[in-house]
Design a protein around this ligand. Structure first.
Ligand code: GDP
Length: 195
């Protein structure tokens, strides 16, 4: 589906470190522990490609992966650590803003939302920032295997209601489980279909 190598390229801490904007890219954003690494690994079929960045205060890098020759997948640092030092949060937000507003080849952001929890305040903040940056974003709900049907439907409805406020939101929500493989092919096809 992605012609060419799928590999880690580099982690960057400043715009100056970014690879040349020579191909389209998609980025993945989400709260810490939302299941972002697991989803990237499921999507690429590489069990250990993305690592969970679960240490509060550790260097916040934007990680670039190649999805074949024609696309980058960009893994944004997980947000929402209660204990993250203020200075680290500020630095990361500044880089995030620069990235979202300054990366011409960014085609779509995928905002990961835990199916158990729905949209939280920090997710709202990211969505607002994406809107302001005029980056089209699409919600991917994660860990769908962890909830019953009633919770699933209720939280899908909660996300849909939250998206109405955001013109940059793509209306279709993707429901996934990295554990069971649900939705992974759908997400892969969506990314492969972006040119
Ligand atoms: P990240 O911090 O967003 O990168 O999250 P991880 O991918 O490291 O996942 C956080 C935790 O949730 C880990 O213990 C994963 O095994 C678990 N997890 C991730 N995705 C799923 C899923 O689809 N289903 C279930 N049941 N657990 C998951």
């Amino acid at each position: 589906l992605f012609a060419g190598p799928v590999d880690f390229l580099k982690g960057v801490v400043a715009m100056s470190g970014m690879p040349p904007a020579d191909r389209m890219e998609v980025c993945f954003a989400g709260r810490s522990n939302v299941g972002k690494s697991s989803l990237i690994n499921a999507l690429t079929g590489r069990k250990t490609l993305a690592r969970a960045s679960n240490t509060p205060g550790r260097t916040q890098e934007i990680n670039f992966f190649t999805l074949g020759e024609e696309r980058y997948l960009v893994d944004l640092p997980g947000y929402g650590y209660a204990e993250a030092p203020v200075a680290i949060v500020a630095k990361w937000q500044a880089l995030l803003k620069q990235y979202l507003s300054g990366r011409a080849t960014l085609r779509r952001a995928f905002v990961l939302i835990d199916t158990r929890h729905g949209v939280k305040a920090v997710d709202e903040e990211i969505m607002k920032l994406l809107n302001r940056s005029a980056v089209t974003f699409q919600v991917v709900m994660t860990k769908a295997d962890k909830v019953n049907a009633a919770t699933r439907e209720a939280n899908i409805a909660q996300v849909q209601a939250a998206l109405v406020k955001h013109p940059a939101a793509y209306p279709e929500i993707i429901i996934t489980s990295s554990e069971k493989g649900e939705g992974v092919e759908t997400l892969r096809a969506i990314i492969a279909g972006l040119v």
